[in-house]
Design a protein. Structure first.
Length: 254
C-alpha cells in the first residue's frame, strides 16, 4: 500500500505543480476537473453509489464556477451558492447534505483559483500551500507509524495519533520555511514556520471532517479513482480547508 501511495503521488504531483506554475485557465481547468470529481464522490457517498441529477448539477456548476473564478471570483462564489440551492431543491438522498457537498468542494476550489490569481505572489502562495499540506500528510503518517501512542480522535478516525499531528506540524513548519526561503518570501522564517504549523492543524481538521462524513455514511473511501489513496476527496480533504483559511487571511490583510 505504501509503495502504491508513493507511486500515485509521484504521478500526480508534477502535473499539479506544472498547472500551478502556468496559472490562469490551465490551473483553473485542473481545479475544475478536481471539483467535478469531488462532487461526484460526495454524491456517491450520500446516496449509496448513485449520481442523480442533483449531483450532476453540483459537479457541472462547480466546475464552471472554477473557470469563471479566473476573471470574476466574486461571481464564481455566487454561482457555487446558487448551485448549492438548486441541487438541494432537485432532491435525492440526503437532501441537506447535497448543499453541504457543493459548498465543501466548491468554495475551496474558488479560493484556490483566486489565490493563484493574486498578483505577484499567487504562484508562490499556492505552491507553498500544496507543499505544506503534502508534508503534513507525510509527516503525520510517518510519525504516527513510528511512534504510535494516544489516538487523536478515535471516534472519528481510529488511526490518527497525537504523535502524527505533532509530526505533521513539525514537517509542515520545516518544509514551509525552506520553500518560503527559496521563493524569497518577504516574511521572517519564524512567522513562516508558525504559519506552516497552523496550516498543518487546519489540514488535519479537514482530514478529520471527511473521515467523519465517511463514517456517517458508512464508506471507507470516497472512491477508488486514485490507487493507494482512495478518491480525490481523500487526497485533498486537508487542502480544501487550508485553502479557505489562507484565502481568508489574505482577504483580511488586504
Amino acid at each position: 500500500m505504501l509503495k502504491t501511495r508513493a507511486l500515485s503521488a509521484l504521478v500526480l504531483a508534477p502535473p499539479a505543480l506544472l498547472a500551478v506554475w502556468l496559472g490562469g485557465y490551465a490551473f483553473a481547468a485542473l481545479v475544475a476537473v478536481a471539483v467535478a470529481l469531488m462532487c461526484w464522490e460526495w454524491h456517491r457517498m450520500i446516496t449509496g453509489g448513485g449520481f442523480a441529477i442533483s449531483g450532476r448539477v453540483a459537479a457541472s456548476g462547480c466546475a464552471v464556477a472554477a473557470l469563471v473564478a479566473v476573471a470574476h471570483p466574486e461571481i464564481a462564489v455566487g454561482m457555487v451558492l446558487v448551485v448549492a440551492v438548486v441541487s438541494t431543491l432537485l432532491g435525492g438522498g440526503g437532501r441537506g447534505w447535497v448543499a453541504v457537498g457543493s459548498l465543501y468542494a466548491g468554495l475551496p476550489s474558488i479560493a484556490l483559483v483566486w489565490l493563484r490569481g493574486t498578483p505577484d505572489i499567487g504562484g508562490a502562495v499556492v505552491a507553498w500551500l500544496l507543499l505544506v499540506v503534502w508534508s503534513t500528510d507525510i509527516g503525520a503518517y510517518a510519525f504516527g507509524r513510528m511512534i504510535g501512542g494516544p489516538l487523536l480522535l478515535p471516534a472519528v478516525s481510529p488511526k490518527k495519533t497525537w504523535a502524527g499531528l505533532l509530526g505533521g506540524m513539525l514537517c509542515a513548519a520545516l518544509l514551509g520555511s525552506v520553500v518560503a526561503w527559496s521563493m524569497d518570501f518577504e516574511v521572517s522564517g519564524a512567522v513562516v514556520a508558525g504559519a506552516g504549523a497552523v496550516i498543518a492543524v487546519v489540514a488535519q481538521i479537514g482530514d478529520l471532517f471527511e473521515s467523519w462524513v465517511k463514517r456517517r455514511w458508512g464508506v471507507k473511501d470516497s472512491s477508488g479513482i486514485i490507487p493507494g489513496h482512495g478518491g480525490v476527496l481523500d487526497r485533498v480533504d486537508g487542502l480544501l480547508i487550508a485553502a479557505l483559511a489562507v484565502a481568508g487571511v489574505l482577504l483580511v490583510n488586504g
